[in-house]
Design a binder for this molecule. Structure first.
Ligand code: ADP
Ligand code: MG
Length: 356
């Protein structure tokens, strides 16, 4: 059982505290994605787990054992980096064998482990090639092969797909997730890409400024973001945010109208409330039938659907996603209907979500 436990983990660089005290529990076999904007401390946290960075305070346990003072090798983890870090003068086989040789594994074990990793990753035809004779995706696969041969209890990935083009990224995303489903090793995966997080994770951990904003299953975070940061970080185009004032009938958005929220807010709810509505939860209706009107400012066809940027009476913009075939054109006045069951309300001042 290789669960990973972080308790009160802190990281200081001189006087600057990058991670001010973080708790996280990762279950055995879980695929956890740490996601957040650049500079929020994802790599620092991963490197502390790997043993490549000192832990300033707090305790890190892997499989129930405190590992703060152990070297990377003693922690039984393997890390795959963004830049692959393959040895350019060694062929694929030698790249994979390297860490086993360092660990003084015997030849039979090395051969066996390479054969196993090679079979898992489909590397057999490439074993004698040098890294420069490989495509980006193949190099990435070799980097994973180097991790697999060590049979680690925990896999760590730091933005492993950032250097690949969009199409290959989608393919490798599925490969890494498929690999996990076969090996079932505990995995911690760092990315700034919310789509990677949504599609790959059993559990997403959204970070900002060295803190955890929210952790949970992808769809739970998407449907019930704990605060405005998570609400806008997950989902693209991002959730529309409309600040207003609480009334008996709904949320008063001033000259834009009053939005019925389909539920009664508790009497203790603050007066200043921001409505969050995803672009898919706004529907175009005839302007004359609607209390909520807008003017189409931009129409973008992605092929599968249409993305509309609309201007409300107040001048603020909302994004609406509709079907591929849509009649509304630029400059047209439209009505908007809110899917009230998917509306979210936030305390404008604190950014915290209110129970719906
Ligand atoms: P992320 O991986 O989320 O983009 P990092 O963990 O790389 O973020 O960095 C988090 C913060 O720590 C950043 O503000 C970065 O400048 C700072 N930082 C990282 N490494 C060092 C270092 N060796 N010395 C000082 N500050 C550092
Ligand atoms: Mg990083």
């Amino acid at each position: 059982m290789t669960e990973v436990r972080l308790s009160g983990i802190r990281k200081r660089y001189g006087p600057v505290e990058i991670i001010p005290g973080l708790d996280l529990e990762i279950e055995d076999g879980e695929f956890v994605v740490l996601v957040g904007p650049s500079g929020c401390g994802k790599s620092t946290l991963l490197r502390m787990i790997a043993g490549l960075e000192d832990i300033s305070a707090g305790e890190l346990k892997i499989a129930g054992r405190r590992v703060n003072e152990l070297s990377p090798r003693e922690r039984n983890i393997a890390m795959v980096f963004q830049n692959y870090a393959l040895y350019p003068h060694m062929n694929v086989r030698e790249n994979m064998a390297f860490s086993l040789r360092l660990a003084k594994a015997d030849k039979a074990t090395i051969d066996q482990q390479i054969a196993r990793a090679s079979a898992i990753l489909g590397l057999d035809p490439l074993l004698d090639r040098l890294p420069r004779q490989l495509s980006g995706g193949q190099r990435q696969r070799v980097a994973m092969g180097r991790a697999i041969v060590r049979d680690p209890a925990v896999f760590l990935f730091d933005e492993p797909l950032s250097n690949l083009d969009a199409k290959l990224r989608v393919q490798m995303r599925a490969e890494i997730r498929g690999l996990h489903d076969r090996l079932k090793a505990t995995t911690i995966y760092v990315t700034h890409d919310q789509i990677e997080a949504m599609t790959m994770a059993d559990k997403i951990v959204v970070m900002r400024d060295g803190r955890i904003e929210q952790a949970g299953r992808p769809l739970d975070l998407y449907s019930n973001p704990a605060n405005l940061f998570v609400a806008t970080f997950l989902g693209s185009p991002e959730m529309n945010l409309l600040p207003g004032t609480r009334r008996e009938s709904g949320i008063d958005l001033g000259e834009d109208g009053v939005v019925s929220i389909g539920a009664t807010l508790p009497a203790t709810a603050p007066s200043q409330i921001t409505i969050g509505v995803r672009p898919h939860d706004l529907t175009i209706v005839p302007a004359d039938d609607s209390a909520f009107t807008a003017t189409v400012a931009l129409v973008e066809h992605t092929g599968a659907e249409t993305v509309l940027t609309c201007t409300l009476a107040s001048g603020r913009k909302v994004c609406v996603i509709g079907p591929a075939q849509i009649s509304a054109g630029k400059g047209e006045r439209i009505g908007l209907a809110f899917n009230t069951s998917h509306l979210r309300c936030f305390d404008t001042q604190t950014g915290r979500a209110l129970a719906a």
